[in-house]
Design a protein around this ligand. Structure first.
Ligand code: IDP
Ligand code: MG
Length: 155
């Protein structure tokens, strides 16, 4: 099964949307494998958003992501990385499809509620960046049999 990183950005913490957004992930059938609050700083954001450090909006991105603590989460499930990305929607909330988290809760390119890992490679590196060994838990949900038919667990 895959594991992916989600960050509840300051926009979700400040707007009181953490519970509602987390409920979407839970109802989908994703397992919360790790979860904690953190204050991010420029150094970790320079690593996390290395592909964007040269962009003109990078200082705004740092300001926005350090404005208040965030909640980082590891979600686990069959093909969890692509499932979480599709629940999250397109980057710009004004263009994200209705029904997605950004499409339903965001009017912004920047204040777009959550981060979600984009690929298997990113997920692995990002989970190591934000979680220490022992902070991600391997356990089963009692109702797992009814989240995935057992043959799907090998996907
Ligand atoms: P993603 O979050 O959908 O994966 P990325 O292109 O990886 O999008 O960008 C990371 C974050 O940087 C976005 O979620 C958003 O907060 C911010 N960002 C990306 N492009 C822009 C932009 O053009 N203006 C302002 N902020 C941006
Ligand atoms: Mg990205």
């Amino acid at each position: 099964m895959e594991q992916t990183l989600v960050i509840f950005k300051p926009s979700s913490v400040q707007r009181g949307l953490v519970g509602e957004v987390l409920a979407r992930f839970e109802r989908k059938g994703l397992v919360i494998a790790g979860m904690k609050m953190m204050q991010l700083d420029e150094a970790i954001l320079r690593e996390h958003y290395a592909h964007l450090t040269d962009r003109p909006f990078f200082p705004i991105l740092v300001e926005s992501m350090t404005a208040t603590p965030v909640i980082v989460m590891c979600l686990r499930g069959v093909q969890a990385i692509s499932v979480v990305r599709s629940l999250t929607g397109a980057t710009n909330g004004r263009q994200a499809a209705p029904g997605t988290i950004r499409g339903d809760f965001s009017m912004s390119n920047q204040e777009n509620i959550v981060h979600a890992s984009a690929s298997a490679e990113d997920a692995e590196v990002e989970l190591r960046r934000f979680f220490k060994p022992g902070e991600i838990f391997d356990y089963d949900l009692v109702g797992m049999r009814f989240i995935n038919e057992p043959s799907e667990l090998e996907l």
